[in-house]
Every structure is written in C-alpha cells, then in structure tokens.
Design a protein around this ligand. Structure first.
Ligand code: ZN
Ligand code: ZN
Length: 229
C-alpha cells in the first residue's frame, strides 16, 4: 500500500498531472533542495520520441518524463523511480538520463540527509576570531537551516549561503588519500548584506564528524546545481 495515508504536520497532499505530492502547507517553507515540476513539452510539438526518434501514432503513445517534461515512447520512458526533490509520494515515470540523476539523489536522501539531520560536533569559528567554539551543527528538519548549538546558538539559512568549500588534510600530490577536515562557508546572515565566514573544523574527539562534512558537501552540490538551472 502507498504511504500517503499519513500526512505529517505542516504538510499537505496535492495532486499534479504527474502524481501525488506531499508539499509544505506554506509555499515559503519549501526545502531548498526541492525542484519545481517542469512544463511538459506540448503534444502537438512532439511527433517523435525525443530519444529513439520513433514516430508516435495510436499504438506508440507518448509519455512525459516527470523530471524534464520531455516526450518519449514507452520503451524510452517506461520505468518509474522515486523523485524526492519534487516531493512525489510514489515513484514516477522518468527518461533514462533523468532516472540516473534521480537514483543518485535518492541515495543522498536515504543516507546523507539522515546524517545531516543527526548532526556533528565541530570546532566552529565565526568571522576573523581565531578561537573556535565547540558546537554541534545539524540540518533543520525542514532542510532550510543549519543550527549551531554550543555556549551560544545561531543559525545559517541555506539559501543565504554563497559558497561552501571543503578543507582537506593528508592529501597526496596524486590527489588520493585526502580526508575532509573542515568546511568553509560564506553566507549572509539574515537582515545583512555583508558576507560572513563560518569555519567548521573536525576535532580529534569527534572524528565521525568528517562524514557529516562529506554529506554537507553533497548537499551543497545539489543546491548549486538547482540554482544554475
Ligand atoms: Zn523512444
Ligand atoms: Zn527526463
């Protein structure tokens, strides 16, 4: 059975031509990782499969890829895959190129997002101060903020991050063997136009935090890819 019977707080079910989606009740609370549904290529503009060039007729029907909105024959667009970035409840039809991207992203949602939500402990340096504070850093449940908690507390809104750079240690000239040891984040605090630098460094006591850094790096790639589109 589908899992659509239980709707978490703050979410609602909406039906789009592509399927059932579970989205935040307020559009302003969309996850920064979420993608808009594409406009579908119009039927009248598409007489052949956009991958194998098969001509459509009464037998060879056209299908739209839910991720790119392009038009394909059944053979080139037959499989359904999860598409968490568009909030679909069930797997949806996708072309082969899109399904590869979606499968990578499903992996990110299954593993990395869980890591990011559970958090990691770092030595945190803000701006030009050289004294780091031990803080736990985690992604908010709505994916919109990084929460940093220690003696002090502050948060970074993901959409206000302009760059994320992974710092590594132990890298060899051949490029192998490097391990994420820190993260340099440039962002604009809410209500400010001045960029702030935030640095997270792993500490000997919390070596597991390197996995959190790697997950954050993947998250940053997803964010930049969707901004560039
Ligand atoms: Zn085809
Ligand atoms: Zn596609």
């Amino acid at each position: 059975m589908s899992s659509s019977s239980s709707v978490p707080d703050g979410k609602k079910l909406v039906r789009s031509p592509s399927g059932l989606r579970m989205v935040p009740e307020h559009g302003a609370f969309h996850s920064p990782f979420s993608l808009e549904e594409p406009c579908w290529v119009l039927d009248k503009e598409c007489s052949r499969c956009m991958q194998c060039d098969t001509k459509f007729d009464f037998i060879r029907r056209k299908h739209h890829c839910r991720r790119c909105g392009r038009c394909f024959c059944d053979k080139c667009c037959s499989k359904k895959f999860p598409l968490p970035r568009m909030c679909f409840v069930d797997p949806v039809r996708q072309c082969s190129a899109c399904s590869l991207v979606s499968q990578r992203e499903a992996d990110f949602y299954d593993k990395q997002v869980k890591l990011l939500l559970s958090g990691g402990t770092f030595s945190v340096t803000l701006g030009t101060t050289d004294k780091g504070e031990t803080m736990s850093c985690r992604l908010a449940n709505n994916h919109r903020y990084l929460f940093l908690d220690g003696e002090s507390h502050f948060e970074v809104e993901l959409t206000r991050i302009s760059s994320i750079q992974v710092l590594t240690e132990g890298s060899s000239p051949e490029g192998g063997g490097s391990r994420a040891s820190g993260l340099l984040i440039q962002y604009k605090p809410m209500g400010s136009q001045d960029a702030q630098t935030l640095r997270l460094d792993t500490t000997p006591d919390h070596k597991g935090a390197a996995h959190w850094l790697a997950a954050m790096h993947k998250a940053a790639k997803l964010l930049y890819e969707s901004r560039d589109q």
